[in-house]
Design a protein around this ligand. Structure first.
Ligand SMILES: [Zn+2]
Length: 177
């Protein structure tokens, strides 16, 4: 397998428009996410956050899952079958809220490959640096991306801190790798 494209993406045609909706993620889910990413060692890995979304578009994370996948130092790949295996077991009404993956270094912006790997444009995309070794309190240092019109925007720190909020609550964690 090859590493992710190093070619930079085109710049967005229009700026990101901040939205009111929040993604609320229990502190336990952020901890489990770091743990799962670190368990992959010096390899990129992909995870998914699932949960409920209310009428105002606010998401609540209840479930952190690592599907079966291929992992290398420079990319990861989840087959549609492996993803379906997880989705089929979700309780009714639960949605994919975020797609997560790790990068080797500090760069957390999407590659072209990352744009192509997104399984839902309604999900957020979170890229964790240093294979999931946290260097700052979440979500600082994490690349949070949101799809608008025709582009996966990387949010600036202010927008990111408004968009993804750490809360209490319990989560289910599953590692199928
Ligand atoms: Zn990537």
């Amino acid at each position: 397998m090859e590493a992710e494209d190093d070619i930079l993406r085109p710049v967005p045609a229009r700026p990101y428009k901040p939205v009111e909706a929040q993604l609320r993620v229990p502190a336990d889910a952020t901890k489990a996410t770091l743990d799962l990413l670190q368990r992959a060692g010096k390899r990129e890995s992909g995870l998914f956050w699932y949960g409920t979304r209310d009428l105002n578009g606010n998401g609540h994370v209840h479930y952190v899952a690592a599907p079966k996948q291929q992992m290398t130092w420079g990319n990861y790949h989840v087959s549609p079958q492996a993803l379906a295996e997880i989705v089929h077991r979700l309780p009714d009404g639960w949605k994919p809220l975020a797609q997560i993956h790790s990068h080797p270094g500090s760069r957390v912006e999407h590659s072209n490959y990352d744009d192509r790997m997104m399984s839902s444009r309604k999900s957020l995309s979170l890229v964790f640096p240093f294979y999931g070794k946290a260097t700052a309190p979440f979500p600082s240092g994490v690349g949070i991306h949101e799809w608008q019109i025709d582009y996966w925007h990387l949010l600036d720190d202010t927008s990111a801190a408004r968009r993804v909020i750490v809360t209490g609550g319990s989560v289910t964690v599953e590692d199928l790798r």
